[in-house]
Write a protein that binds this ligand. Structure first.
Ligand code: G4P
Length: 325
């Protein structure tokens, strides 16, 4: 079963961004470097399509550097787009951000035409941390729940460079089943919205194919690549999860351990998708979406046809209605 996650209030964020975007020169989208495709919000791409875009692959300290390079190359090839990697250990990220924005909007700058930049990203991607670093002091979060519009923050990076925080919360939108699992593994979606064992099995399935040695080293197992995801979860349970009464393996605990280890980068620096893989998942997701839409349209058409067939009672002209008394 794919992950179901339907956060409300996206329309409020959409409206607020549409309003703000008119006076924006560059849009910075913060992505999780471990899952850049899945942590992007397709609605944001749609409503900011006309603006130059800076993709920031954040938390690069947790991601596979070779794959981060692939993603940067992928975004840098797109017109009107630049990309760079960041992480919270960088004391002065402003320099790189400012330079990239000036490259994207070279006509902006100076007191009469200050650079106006909007910074967006799904929850947990590290936006508050970055903003706090840019501000140089800790700032309290103004609202993290659906529908709680954050008080708009304008951060002055330089006299002629303003950064605006997203008005509202930009939730992820899951159009690809695999994205749901990756977002859940990363911690971007609420705990109650997914089943840990299901997410851990998907995670292990990917890791055994792409990072088998990290699994072998962490859990002291051999031949990880040739085990099934269920066997791997079993093995982790046996090593780390403890046993339930009757000698049964605590698979729930094993799943929590695997997810926790991934989030803490105890498995090493891992990226759960490459640009090519994500493009394939997206193509499948879009095909399913299109088929669903065709089915919906067919049902709607059938409903209309049925509706038209219902004989309507003849309309009595008002004059006649009065005369009939
Ligand atoms: P948000 O505003 O986008 O929702 O994200 P926020 O800055 O609150 O960051 C979410 C979590 O990610 C925090 O951890 C934060 O410390 C961590 N984080 C942010 N940037 C980076 C980064 O570049 N690298 C790494 N490794 N982690 C980063 P937390 O455990 O939820 O909170 P806390 O322990 O920092 O209090």
């Amino acid at each position: 079963m794919a992950i179901q996650w339907f956060p409300g209030h996206m329309h409020l964020t959409r409206k607020a961004i549409q309003e703000r975007i008119k006076e924006i020169d560059v849009v910075i989208e913060l992505l999780d470097a471990r899952l850049p495709g899945s942590s992007a919000n397709p609605m944001l791409a749609e409503i900011t399509a006309a603006k130059p875009a800076l993709k920031v692959l954040n938390k690069q300290d947790l991601a596979d550097p070779e794959r981060t390079a692939l993603w940067l190359e992928h975004y840098n090839r797109q017109p009107g787009t630049r990309a760079l990697g960041l992480d919270a250990s960088m004391a002065t990220p402003a320099k790189a951000l400012v330079a990239a924005c000036h490259e994207l909007a070279p006509k902006r700058g100076g007191m009469t035409k200050p650079m106006r930049v909007l910074i967006c990203g799904i929850p947990n991607v590290g936006k508050s941390t970055l903003i706090n670093t840019l501000k140089g002091k800790r700032a309290a979060k103004t609202g993290d729940e659906a529908g709680v519009t954050k008080l708009e923050q304008r951060i002055t990076i330089a006299d002629d460079f303003y950064l605006y925080d997203t008005p509202g919360v930009l939730w992820p939108r899951i159009i690809v089943a695999k994205s749901g699992y990756n977002l859940a593994a990363s911690g971007a979606i609420g705990r109650n919205a997914f089943d840990e064992q299901e997410v851990a099995l998907e995670l292990l399935d990917y890791l055994r194919q792409h990072y088998p040695t990290t699994l072998e080293e962490r859990y002291k197992i051999s031949g990880a690549a040739s085990l099934t995801d269920e066997q791997l979860l079993d093995a982790i349970g046996r090593k780390r999860g403890g046993l339930l009464s009757g000698g049964k393996i605590n698979l729930q605990k094993a799943a929590e351990v695997a997810i926790y280890d991934f989030r803490q980068s105890s498995l090493g620096r891992i990226t759960l998708e490459t640009p090519d893989e994500f493009a394939q998942w997206l193509a499948v997701g879009q095909k399913i979406d299109a088929e669903r839409q065709i089915k919906k349209d067919a049902i709607e058409m059938a409903r209309l046809i049925k509706f038209k067939k219902v004989p309507r009672p003849p309309r009595v002209p008002e004059d006649n209605a009065e005369n009939s008394d």
